[in-house]
Design a binder for this molecule. Structure first.
Ligand code: FE2
Length: 385
């Protein structure tokens, strides 16, 4: 079996031809290195090592239970098995092509054409060696995953149906992600944590209806830091780094717009889920004070917003529309972006906006809103004095 993957002979055979593309001294160097190059080719890393499998694929953050690890092993093993089968077919085709070329070579009279056919045979022989090497590594992975499956299948979970363990694993994954967020965490990480907190902790999230105008069944709060009132009391369902992330983004907005000095106080963060027909009428925001920044993060956006009643070329179902304060017949004052999941829109409290209903009975549109009070004196800082 080892001989199959030995390309020493192929390398030696190619040496004289390398003179066409290398300088003579480089070819001499290549000859000196032939054994080493064969060794490199054979041991080059292909796919993951066993250590990488264990520490990157089967780490606790991604796969927090033995069941989750087991099922990931099943997926990995299957991927390699399927690829191994495909490789086997490709190798068989390559073998037939080599035989065809050898037959052509025997029958060919023209010397130049014969040379060309020989090059093709050499190339296909090299490809075969590469396929054998890949096949050996795929088989190694199939075997390693089989070993890992035995280790993780401890008899405590359903190993027939993948769905059984997923809710438990998912909750643990979210908890791990939440605990590993840092000030440098990127928005996709924050986005994942926010969706995770919502999905796994929904029953504990306070109802946010009283302080909102939306015609929406599910509006639940994640954070309230404003003054005590009869509608909402202080609470926080978010880890500190998520709050810090929001603060840093709002600061970026203010600094980009050269607004200073200012003081920030996070007021509230909540999540809306819109079923078909639900909507958010035109409104503005406020916190403990009337100046500040509001925002919308798109947490889940159905690809299909349902049938438009007319003018499908101008879709409005489920769209956020932000309405500018400028007037005049040539002013484009409203903005209805073609939003995507993970987008985060920031705008001043007094900017009117609304969300149109979607009509897909099977879809949920989920967004997050965050209000940040910004204490700022626009008169004392204006340049005209
Ligand atoms: Fe709003």
């Amino acid at each position: 079996m080892k001989e199959k993957r030995n390309i020493h002979e192929l390398i030696v055979r190619e040496e004289p031809h390398l003179l066409e593309i290398l300088d003579p001294e480089q070819v001499t160097k290549f000859k000196e290195l032939t054994n080493e190059l064969r060794d490199t080719w054979t041991k080059k890393q292909m796919f993951r090592t066993k250590t990488e499998m264990e520490f990157s694929v089967l780490n606790d953050a991604k796969y927090p239970t033995n069941a989750a690890k087991y099922w990931q092993c099943v997926r990995e093993q299957n991927t390699h098995m399927e690829n191994l089968m495909r490789l086997s077919f490709d190798a068989r085709k390559n073998d037939v092509e080599i035989k065809q070329k050898q037959k052509e070579l025997e029958e060919e009279k023209d010397e130049l054409k014969k040379e060309l056919i020989q090059v093709e045979i050499d190339e296909k022989t090299y490809s075969k060696a590469s396929m054998q090497l890949v096949a050996a590594h795929r088989m190694r992975e199939v075997t390693e995953w089989s070993n890992f499956k035995k280790i993780y299948n401890d008899g405590t979970f359903d190993d027939k149906n993948v769905d059984t363990h997923q809710l438990l694993s998912y909750k643990k994954i979210m908890k791990n992600r939440k605990n590993t967020l840092t000030p440098g965490s990127s928005q996709p990480e924050v986005f994942n944590v926010l969706n995770g907190i919502y999905e796994t902790n929904f029953v504990n999230l306070p109802d946010a209806h009283k302080q909102l105008v939306g015609k929406i069944g599910k509006e639940n709060s994640l954070f309230f830091g404003g003054a005590k009132n009869n509608k909402m009391h202080k609470h926080n369902m978010l880890p500190p780094y998520v709050l810090n992330w929001f603060e840093s983004i709002f600061k970026h907005y203010l600094e980009f717009n050269k607004i200073s000095p200012y003081e920030l106080h996070m007021n509230s963060i909540w999540i809306n889920e819109m079923k078909a027909g639900e909507y958010n009428p035109i409104h503005i925001h406020q916190g403990t004070i009337y100046t500040g920044l509001s925002s919308v993060m798109i947490l889940n956006l159905p690809k299909d917003m349902g049938p438009e009643f007319a003018r499908e070329d101008v879709p409005m179902n489920g769209r956020l529309s932000i309405i500018g304060a400028a007037g005049g017949q040539f002013v484009k004052s409203d903005y209805s972006p073609n939003a995507e999941e993970r987008d985060f829109y920031i705008f001043p409290y007094d900017m009117r906006h609304c969300v149109y209903p979607h009509t897909n009975l099977n879809a949920i549109r989920r967004t997050l809103a965050a209000n940040m009070d910004v204490e700022y004196n626009p008169v004392s800082t204006r340049s005209a004095g």
